[in-house]
Design a protein around this ligand. Structure first.
Ligand code: PCA
Length: 197
């Protein structure tokens, strides 16, 4: 096993009407090392609760110092680091296990919102400085991506393990607005290189 510190990077399986998930394609294109980090790549299910549990289990198994989760945001044109996760599940389509929660908390009694502990605004700035499309996002939605970011942040709250989330646009041919996976992967790599030096 290499002595490099370990960064867990996750992506999602396909969901809804899609047969591919842009985040998984982007994950595949990432190198196995970025700067001082060994990148451990894992796929996670698009299921409320289970997606986050899977990230937490992998992070603990490989003793990750940080976890960066990737997801697809159809309709977005830029790579968008997320700054905030909210304590809310509200699904307009079922997840991959058929769950469709409406207006429920993720963690009863938990904080209304948690900030990502990887710097979203700085990541977006670095992506743009590299000539790539990047924009900080202030809403990860209320579907499984928000669920994962919120639950992972809550779990690692007060620990040294940092966590963040980056949404990538759909792939060419998937939906109206798209970005090639190579461009999204270059943006994610830039974000890691600049903010996890
Ligand atoms: N995007 C969804 C869940 C899985 C994914 O890739 C979301 O934005 O919540």
């Amino acid at each position: 096993m290499s002595a490099l510190p370990c960064l867990l990077v996750t992506a999602f399986e396909p969901f809804g009407a899609d047969t591919v998930n842009a985040s998984a394609e982007v994950l595949r294109l990432l190198p196995d090392e970025i700067g001082p980090w060994r990148i451990e790549k894992r796929l996670i299910p698009v299921v409320f609760g289970k997606g986050a549990e899977t990230v937490i289990r992998y992070a603990e198994e490989i003793r990750a110092r940080a976890a960066l989760c990737l997801g697809q945001a159809s309709g977005r044109a830029s790579v968008t680091p997320e700054q905030v996760a909210i304590n809310l599940r509200d699904a307009s389509i079922p997840d991959n296990a058929g769950n469709r929660p409406r207006n429920e908390p993720i963690a009863a009694g938990g904080p209304d919102a948690l900030f990502a502990t990887l710097p979203a605004a700085e990541m977006a700035d670095a992506i743009r400085a590299a000539g790539l499309p990047g924009m900080r996002s202030l809403s990860a939605g209320t579907f499984v991506c928000n669920d994962v970011l919120y639950s992972v942040l809550l779990h690692f709250r007060g620990s040294a393990v940092r966590a963040g989330f980056i949404h990538v646009p759909a792939l060419p041919g998937q939906h109206g607005i798209f970005l090639p996976a190579t461009v999204s992967a270059a943006a994610v790599e830039t974000a890691v290189r600049s903010q996890l030096p």
